[in-house]
Design a protein around this ligand. Sequence first.
Ligand code: ATP
Ligand code: MG
Length: 180
Amino acid sequence: MKRLGLIQVYTGDGKGKTTAALGLALRAWGKGWKIAIVQFMKDDPGYGEVKALQELDGIDLFPAGRNDFVNLDQPEEIDCRLARQGWELVQSFLAEGVYDMVILDEINIAIACGLLAEAEAEVVAALRQHKKRPQPRAEIVMTGRYATPGVLAEADLITEMKELRHPFAQGIEMREGIDH
Ligand code: ATP
Ligand code: MG
């Protein structure tokens, strides 16, 4: 029993959520899986992972954001629209069954910050529907801080990255090759 189509959530304030998902993608790719990564709130071709994935056939990356910071207190309309498009894409991937793993990077924040209006109920309904799909169905991987209770309730795996220490506290800013 390999492809159970479970739901995994990586959340918390410590570093390692997106890189955990990328690590999973790499591992699954090595076993011949086809993987989609939808990156909410990001679109930066300069990221190390974006460049690396261009070299790999079988992991497809879809930006669902802008190459700019989102004001989490007051997201702009364009941010909401791009997040919505990303979510529509995710739903089509899950329904079509083309991908063996669908990674929803930073979706937890997109939900928590209201980028996707009414999203929690909608996402929860989609997760429930996915669990009823016949096998083989895609493994779902959701990342980002502030995973909401409804999403957590549907998850088969939850890992909370907890910050014990981060170089940011020493004034060390984001580093190429480490943080992006
Ligand atoms: P990574 O992409 O390195 O796995 P992440 O996905 O867990 O990190 P996010 O919450 O998505 O982290 O944060 C985005 C950016 O903030 C990343 O560049 C990440 O390295 C950095 N970061 C993560 N955790 C912390 C922290 N506790 N303090 C400061 N910066 C952090
Ligand atoms: Mg992240």
